[in-house]
Design a protein around this ligand. Structure first.
Ligand SMILES: *Cc1c(COP(=O)(O)O)cnc(C)c1O
Length: 357
């Protein structure tokens, strides 16, 4: 049995000051956070309290050795204003997969899902109403034990914060296929949502931006030839009527949107190949006129259409129209808004408890 999650509400909600028509991305946070501490081998004192600064010891191990992982998920509103989560147990499983790789303790799936449900219940008025927008949820865990020395920490914090989000990347994206830097190598941490992976991606992404691109398209570490994924998105190509996406191989983050999109494409009668794909193959397909659509998938963006891919001296330009990608994007958004049947049981409603005291 999980411990009861105690709730202490703020007396000064910031909600009245929020203009949902212009929400600066990732900068607005809700009134509360979920917090829980790991000490002496167990998670303790799970609670929801007003969001505030957390005192941190300068020797906190996450700051030095990087034991830090996160998740990203979204709450939307469905029929009758009921808050909805999308496949939260998949995020719970992946959180533990990341934790295991980084030598961090597991959080029971029940506690993870309950933490997310309860913070959404408390903050349900913060879920923006427009289709495609959502309350972004950021569960994360880090080592807060003050210690200098290389070993697994013995104390951690597991926190969930929430940030209302407009639909992002509504414009098409330009990707730069990176041949110098890598994101993930065999045996590395590519399959974990570990903070250090993103730290290592910042410089290459800034360089890609300076060249006029939005994001890096990562290639494999050994040969710089197999396509892996994009910043925080998996990648799909439509070639000659069928879809191709890189097979997960330990170096690619197993996106929940990726998995959902594969299912939706198959539902719509498309063939989906999961296999290794080289950048040269894509250049050839493009030259033969067979490369029809390309898009990235991830919780933050849902689906982002690709406009062009730069690679050394070449630029692959995608066709103007992406009818199937657009249809998949709409389908996913409609499922998340309960405007379309949820055939696969992906949508989990959240009970909203009455405020007391
Ligand atoms: C989070 C993430 C994704 C997308 O995963 P979703 O579960 O679809 O949000 C893809 N690639 C990387 C590197 C990521 O961090």
């Amino acid at each position: 049995m999980e411990e009861h999650i105690k709730i202490r509400r703020t007396a000064n909600s910031k909600l009245k000051d929020i203009d949902f028509s212009t929400i600066p991305l990732g900068r607005t946070f809700t009134d509360h956070m979920f917090v829980c501490e790991y000490k002496d081998g167990a998670w303790r004192n799970p609670r929801i309290e007003p969001l505030e600064l957390i005192p941190t010891h300068p020797a906190a191990m996450a700051l030095h050795y990087g034991q830090a992982i996160f998740e990203g998920m979204k709450a939307t509103v469905g029929n009758n204003n009921i808050p909805l989560l999308f496949r939260p147990e998949e995020n719970a499983k992946r959180f533990n997969h990341s934790a295991a790789r980084m030598g961090m303790p597991a959080v029971s799936e029940t506690l993870f899902v309950e933490a997310v449900k309860q913070i959404v219940s408390v903050e349900h008025n913060w879920i923006p109403p427009q289709e495609g927008s959502a309350l972004y949820l950021r569960p994360f865990m880090y080592a807060d034990e003050p210690f200098i020395g290389m070993r697994a920490a013995t104390s951690y914090k597991f926190i969930v914060i929430c940030s209302p989000a407009e639909p992002i990347f509504t414009k098409k994206i330009r990707l730069y296929a990176e041949t110098e830097y890598i994101r993930a190598a065999d045996g590395g941490t590519g399959e974990a949502k570990a903070s250090g992976n993103y730290a290592a991606a910042i410089l290459p992404t800034e360089k890609a931006k300076a060249k006029g691109y939005d994001q890096v398209l990562w290639l494999d570490a050994n040969e710089h030839k197999y396509i892996q994924e994009v910043g925080t998105m998996n990648i799909f190509f439509k070639v000659d009527g069928r879809f191709i996406t890189p097979s997960t191989n330990g170096s690619i983050l197993k996106g929940i949107t990726r998995d959902s999109v594969i299912t939706l494409l198959k539902d719509k009668g498309f063939e989906v190949e999961e296999r290794p794909i080289t950048i040269d193959e894509m250049i050839d397909f493009s030259k033969e006129g067979k490369l029809e659509e390309a898009f990235g998938t991830g919780t933050a963006v849902a689906i982002a259409m690709v406009e062009a891919i730069g690679y050394i001296d070449e630029v692959i330009t995608l066709p103007e129209n992406n009818p199937v990608s657009q249809d998949i994007k709409n389908t996913l958004n409609e499922i998340k808004a309960q405007k379309r049947e949820d055939k696969h049981g992906w949508i989990i409603p959240v009970d909203v408890k009455e405020e007391v005291g």
